[in-house]
Design a protein. Structure first.
Length: 286
């Protein structure tokens, strides 16, 4: 199958990666294969985390999904929206990339500006979203006056204003303090609940991956392959959020399974440690 950029089609899933292979040429002109026939999909309203050791190719995978790189073989397909229009990918990086000469509101609207003219209803929607994230009072201020967590919320607003069907998050909270990270994890969990947006998260934080996700994909080896796919089912007191997820009785079993997988020790016993509790209970870039 010939390599292709991310294409829009009628697959049911917002994202489908099929037989993806990719590599690069080293200084001695030999070919280093990063991925070999990767296969996975992301469902509607699903949050999927991708974890792996440094060098596993996680950020390269995002560059392929977003179309910044062209895969050497295989296909990356983006499903259409419910109204039949082409799906749209939004990519949020670890750095907030605020432009210091633009106000918070103007920074939030930048994503829209990149593909069409900003309309009055876009401005109204941006102000409403900023207010939802506690930024209404600083919408006309400049980025230098904001904390790191506030700047990341502006970046998240900018990402969501383009109405994406799929959001890619590449270690977006790794530079933040723990309390702020938990708050932003809650924002992403709430986003899925409110809009049904699908999310793919790359993270080195195992706790973050488990707390936020419906499924964790473990990449390992060179060339990288999917070592494990773990469906996350947590029993929480009240709605699931960043804190209640970490307090769930199943959490430690999932943590052990991912940790052992990263160390190359995925066994059937790891899965068995998670299953009974489920039944009883009902960053550095590559």
């Amino acid at each position: 199958m010939k390599g292709s950029n991310a294409t829009v089609n009628t697959f049911a899933e917002p994202l489908r990666v099929r037989q993806l292979s990719h590599g690069f040429q080293s200084p001695d002109r030999s070919t280093v294969t990063i991925f070999d026939r990767l296969d996975f999909s992301v469902g509607h309203g699903e949050i999927v985390s991708i974890v792996g050791r440094s060098g596993a190719g996680k950020s390269t995978l995002f560059n392929l999904i977003s179309g910044l790189l062209t895969p050497q073989s295989g296909e990356i397909s983006v499903g259409r929206r419910a109204d039949g229009e082409a799906g749209r990918i939004a990519y949020m990086l670890q750095k907030d990339l605020m432009m210091p000469w633009r106000t918070v509101l103007q920074n939030a609207l930048l994503g829209i500006e990149l593909y069409r003219k900003v309309r009055p209803d876009d401005v109204a929607r941006a102000r409403q979203m900023l207010a939802r994230y506690g930024l209404g009072a600083v919408a006309d201020a400049y980025p230098h006056s904001l904390s790191g967590g506030m700047r990341q919320r502006v970046a998240l607003t900018r990402t969501l204003l383009v109405d994406p069907t799929l959001v890619l998050l590449d270690e977006p909270f790794s530079a933040l303090d723990y309390e702020t990270r938990l708050a932003l994890e809650d924002d992403i969990i709430a986003l899925r609940a409110q809009s049904g947006t699908s999310v793919v998260l790359v993270t080195h934080d195992i706790e973050e991956a488990i707390a936020m996700s419906d499924r964790v994909i473990l990449l390992g080896g060179r060339p990288a392959r999917i070592e494990d796919q773990i469906d996350i089912e947590l029993t929480t007191h009240g709605p699931r959020n960043a804190v209640s997820a970490r307090e769930a009785p199943e959490f430690r079993g999932y943590h052990a399974r991912v940790w052992n997988g990263l160390r190359g020790h995925v066994t059937s016993r790891d899965a068995d440690e998670v299953a009974p509790s489920s039944i009883l209970a009902g960053a550095v870039h590559d």
